[in-house]
Design a protein around this ligand. Structure first.
Ligand SMILES: [Zn+2]
Length: 467
């Protein structure tokens, strides 16, 4: 009898909502999920696809943009928010729900993305005004109500400034879904560790690095210090393709630590002595760094302590930024040694292209990859073919041999690794009913699902054609 009751309950709960993945289910970009419950249409993220990844076009969605009541945003990377202008243009007039810091970062991120897409300044300004009207920043860790008995709570995800995981719940029948969004590593520079998640009946969990373990912080700083010292020794250039948002600020922070912490000064004495120039060749990176600096209430204890002692953690002598394009051209001609941080993170466009065209074939140079490289991106090809004899890559349609030394520093990833993901799931007060793995390539999802299954978690949908 009890068994019968249970299965009826499970059925009625299942029938009470629908969750569809409109992008970023089996890939790491294009995140977009549609939750339909009690006649309310909720979108969780609306990101663009990168590299070979694809998303379901809005014309094929089960609802029109105008029928969406709420859009929750986990964070402002474009593979999570990049389609917001398109959805607004197609008639969305509901509410955009996010953290306060995400709201502060939305305009600079989308403004840049829209101008790259060729939108006119007027269209750009109109869309940004509309986003400002529709979006609301919320506190972490507080319960809020939508309507019809649906509530939500944002948790700090530790991925980039403003990032959150989102728990949406309702009664009659009671059910809760927790969307992890992109989950950060512990010991991310500048930012606190992710919050403990509340229990949920369904956990929608990212799995980007479900099959990998990152180096710890001191190992990755050691690696970074080694590469920078090598540049000083042979007058090479160090190129770091990095997202303007998140990775750029983390790198500035850690280069500052390498130069000013006695332990690292001893290990790498030339870094501070020689005043190695570090250039952020990205107007957006500069703008975002300003936002990061102004939102210091969200920094971790270490960064706050440094600031209280007068050491601004996102600034140091020898840190330069390049705004106008003519200065970028001048920078291309500059001799090493120097460090150049420029987007895009996967070398699909942006100012890093010019640097790679000029610098890839010079063996004195180094390229440090600090972020995920999706299938079909030049970044992925450079990593893949970089250590092969006569390895080459096409950058902006031009063939370049890869003579520069290639380094992959997974420890700088803003994503939790396998252990981080598992520990975060284990920190839930009670096991979730089910875990749906998303936002990962097949081997990452499969490996993580196997690990979780061994720990007696119910994992669903980790195969190639999952639902
Ligand atoms: Zn992200």
């Amino acid at each position: 009898m009890m068994q019968e009751m249970k299965s009826t309950d499970a059925k009625s709960v299942e029938a009470s909502y629908s969750l569809k993945h409109l992008g970023g289910e089996q890939t790491v970009t294009g995140s977009c999920r549609l939750l339909q419950v009690k006649g309310i249409n909720i979108l969780v993220d609306c990101g663009i696809a990168q590299g070979d990844d694809t998303v379901i076009p809005t014309e094929k969605w089960p609802v029109s943009a105008g029928q969406i009541d709420y859009i929750f945003l986990t964070h402002t990377h474009l593979d999570h928010v990049g389609r917001l202008p398109e959805i607004i243009a197609k008639g969305f007039c509901g509410e955009v729900i996010c953290s306060h810091a995400t709201k502060a970062l939305l305009a600079p991120m989308l403004k840049d993305a829209m101008s790259i897409k060729g939108m006119s300044p007027e269209e750009n300004a109109r869309t940004l005004d509309r986003i400002e009207e529709l979006s609301w920043g919320f506190e972490y860790g507080t319960e809020f109500n939508l309507r019809r008995g649906i509530g939500f709570r944002l948790g700090w995800a530790g991925h980039i400034l403003g990032s959150c995981f989102i728990r949406i719940h309702w009664d009659d029948p009671p059910f809760s879904i927790l969307f992890s969004g992109d989950l950060g590593s512990r010991h991310t520079p500048l930012l606190p560790d992710p919050d403990q998640p509340q229990h949920s009946d369904l956990l929608v969990l990212e799995s980007t690095y479900g099959d990998r373990l990152h180096k710890d912080r001191s190992q990755r700083m050691e690696g970074l210090g080694d590469v920078l010292s090598r540049a000083i020794a042979d007058n090479g250039k160090v190129f770091i393709p990095a997202f303007s948002l998140g990775r750029t600020q983390e790198l500035i922070y850690e280069i500052d630590r390498l130069r000013s912490e006695p332990k690292w000064q001893k290990r790498f004495p030339h870094l501070a002595d020689r005043n190695l120039p570090v250039v952020v060749d990205s107007p957006l990176g500069l703008k975002i760094t300003e936002v990061y600096t102004s939102l210091h209430q969200y920094w971790d204890a270490e960064a706050k302590q440094l600031a209280s002692k007068g050491d601004q953690p996102l600034n140091f002598p020898g840190l330069y930024s390049v705004k106008p394009h003519k200065d970028h051209r001048r920078l291309l001609e500059m001799d090493g040694p120097c460090v150049i941080i420029a987007g895009s993170g996967m070398c699909t466009g942006g100012r890093i292209i010019g640097h790679l065209l000029d610098g890839l074939q010079d063996s004195r140079n180094d390229i440090i990859f600090v972020g995920y490289q999706a299938h079909g991106t030049p970044g992925r090809d450079i990593v893949k073919y970089g250590d092969r004899a006569n390895g080459y890559v096409f950058i902006d349609g031009q063939k370049r041999y890869i003579k520069a030394k290639i380094h992959v520093m997974g420890g700088y990833s803003a994503h939790a690794d396998q252990q981080g993901l598992i520990e975060w799931v284990q920190s839930m007060p009670k096991k979730p009913g089910n875990i749906k793995l998303v936002h990962g390539e097949i081997s990452a999802r499969k490996t993580l699902a196997d690990k979780l299954a061994k720990l007696e978690y119910n994992c669903v949908g980790h195969g190639p054609s999952s639902n």
